[in-house]
Each structure stands twice: as structure tokens, then as C-alpha cells.
Design a protein around this ligand. Structure first.
Ligand code: AMP
Length: 296
């Protein structure tokens, strides 16, 4: 039994240590890197594939979210998954479901400020997945750096016995962070979208060359993105990796995050600064085109 639809079936099929990789499906190498890491560390890897309606503020975004469960099953199994948990909306939110998990502080700025209710949806579904699957570890991408901070807060605050692990951002050769939403970018908007990572990389170079003004770094990112036609920048922020609070000085581990719309597609990206070691983690670039672009 590889595909399971209920929490009870996940628990009875899983054995030994359990690593959980929560996803919304339409998998790419970013997801596969999480699954591969989970497979190295655990006896059973559970990949959840669930397009969580409660984290979409905009119903039209939910309607066009790409799905292909057969493709996801094949990719996830190849990467080392033991179980694919693909529940129905009714299983996750049965009639009468009322509880909403709200994480304070860490969820307020950036994505929280621009996508009302988004992190309530994320925190609620992650809480359900943690309590229903009962994993030992759960794997999340640093691509969604604020989400990672929210999940870590939630697990700590609610004393959940789950190790929350953050994995590097996986990128196209061009630098564009992989996202299931990238399939909605045509050739031209894909090229425009490259300006997000290019601006973050330029900011990293500037920091490594000695720039320490957060204001200058943010302006550098904003001006290089705004100079590209067809891009609507939502925010550029430097934020603490643990609290996700925006910062006006470099200190400790922080991420420089951007969100922008390229046509109808909303994209986010970030790079992580370790100001003690004076290093910047830009993530990992693929050697060839991603599977989202027809690569293998
Ligand atoms: P999603 O299916 O977009 O909700 O993502 C599921 C998980 O995969 C989340 O923990 C994401 O942060 C992670 N993820 C998505 N894209 C990437 C990427 N390009 N690199 C690393 N992790 C990613």
C-alpha cells in the first residue's frame, strides 16, 4: 500500500522512524531534495500531497494551482518515498472542522502581511499533519523561509515532538528558485522572473564586498527588480531567520526576502546571511533544466 488516503492508514503502514515531507504536489527537484534527505535519515518517508485550500486567500490562485498525482507518485517513489499521503479535502477538513491555529509574531510581516490568513492555513494544516502522521522529523525548504520559521515556532510552542529541518533552496540554472507555479510562466516571463534571484545574488555580492547598510541593500534589490518591465514588486525585507521580524541591521542568521508578481504569477525568493561567518547561502543551482522545464 503506497498511496494512502487517511491518517489511520498512514500510521498503520509506516514503520520505524518516520520522516514527513509536506507538499502541495506538482513536484520538482526542490521537493525531491527534501524527500532524498528524509530517505537518508528515516526508515519510512511519508510525502503528503495536498493542495491546502485554507492557505489560499485568492480562490483564482487555488483554481489554477497545477496538479498531477500520478506524476507526483512516480517522482516521489523514485526519490525514496515509502508512502504518499494524498487525503481528500473532506478528510482534512470534515464537516464541523472549527479549529484554526494562529502563530503570533513570526507570521505577521512579509507573507503574513501580504496574504491575509495564509499562515493560519499553513499552521492549521501542518498541525494536523504532525498530529495525524506523528513523524519523528519533518522536512521544509528554506525557499519558504518565513514558513519554516512559522513551523518551527508552532512545533516549539505546542511542544510537538517533531524535529523540523530546513533544506537549501533549489534553483534553475538561471538562478530562478524552483516553484510549482513556474509552470505558469511563459518564456518571456520566465526570463523576467530571473531578475528576482539576480537581484538577491547582487545583494549578496555587495554584502560580501563590505556593504553593511540594510537600507542600501534593500534599495539595490528593489531598483534592480523594478527596472524589469512586467514585474510588480511586493516587498524586499531582511528578516531574522528565527523570529521572521524585519531588521534594519545585519545580526545573526537572517534572510533577505522578495515577493513579486510576474504577470499573474506570484513568486517569492530569498538568500540567507550568516553574519557571524560573513557568508551568504544562495542555495543550489541545477546542472541542467528542471523537470518543470522538461529536464530529467
Ligand atoms: P509546496 O509544494 O510549494 O508547498 O512546497 C512543499 C515544500 O517544498 C515546502 O517545504 C517548500 O519550502 C519546499 N520547496 C518548494 N520549492 C523549493 C525549492 N525551490 N527549494 C527547496 N525547497 C522547496
Amino acid at each position: 500500500m503506497t498511496i494512502v488516503r487517511t491518517f489511520a492508514d498512514v500510521r498503520s503502514a509506516a514503520s520505524g522512524t518516520v520522516g514527513l515531507v509536506p507538499t502541495m504536489g506538482f513536484l520538482h527537484e526542490g521537493h525531491l531534495s527534501l524527500i532524498e534527505s528524509a530517505a537518508k535519515d528515516n526508515d519510512t518517508v511519508v510525502v503528503s500531497v495536498f493542495v491546502n485550500p485554507t492557505q489560499f486567500g485568492d480562490p483564482s490562485d487555488l483554481d489554477v494551482y497545477p496538479t498531477d498525482l500520478d506524476r507526483d507518485i512516480e517522482l516521489a517513489l523514485d526519490a525514496g518515498a515509502g508512502l504518499i499521503f494524498a487525503p481528500s479535502v473532506d478528510h482534512m477538513y470534515p464537516f464541523g472542522h472549527r479549529t484554526v491555529v494562529t502563530v503570533g509574531g513570526v507570521a505577521d510581516a512579509m507573507e503574513g502581511a501580504h496574504r491575509t490568513g495564509h499562515f493560519d492555513g499553513v499552521a492549521t494544516v501542518v498541525t494536523k499533519l504532525f498530529s495525524g502522521v506523528q513523524p519523528d522529523s519533518a522536512y521544509f525548504g528554506k525557499k519558504d523561509a518565513q514558513q519554516l520559521a512559522v513551523v518551527r515556532s508552532l512545533a516549539a510552542d505546542l511542544a510537538m515532538p517533531v524535529a523540523v529541518l530546513g533544506m537549501p533552496v533549489i534553483r534553475e540554472q538561471s538562478g530562478l528558485a524552483l516553484s510549482s507555479r513556474n509552470v505558469h510562466l511563459d518564456q518571456q516571463s520566465r526570463r523576467s522572473a530571473d531578475c528576482l534571484s539576480a537581484a538577491l545574488f547582487r545583494a549578496a555580492e555587495s554584502y560580501l564586498a563590505g556593504e553593511r547598510s540594510v537600507q542600501h541593500i534593500r534599495e539595490l534589490v528593489a531598483s534592480s527588480i523594478s527596472s524589469v518591465p512586467g514585474i510588480d514588486l511586493e516587498y524586499v525585507e531582511l528578516a531574522d531567520s528565527t523570529t521572521a521580524r524585519p531588521a534594519m541591521a545585519f545580526a545573526g542568521e537572517q534572510f533577505l526576502a522578495v515577493a513579486a508578481r510576474v504577470g499573474n504569477v506570484r513568486l517569492i525568493d530569498n538568500v540567507t546571511f550568516d553574519t557571524d561567518a560573513t557568508t551568504v547561502d544562495l542555495g543550489i543551482r541545477l546542472a541542467g533544466p528542471s523537470i518543470l522545464q522538461g529536464g530529467s
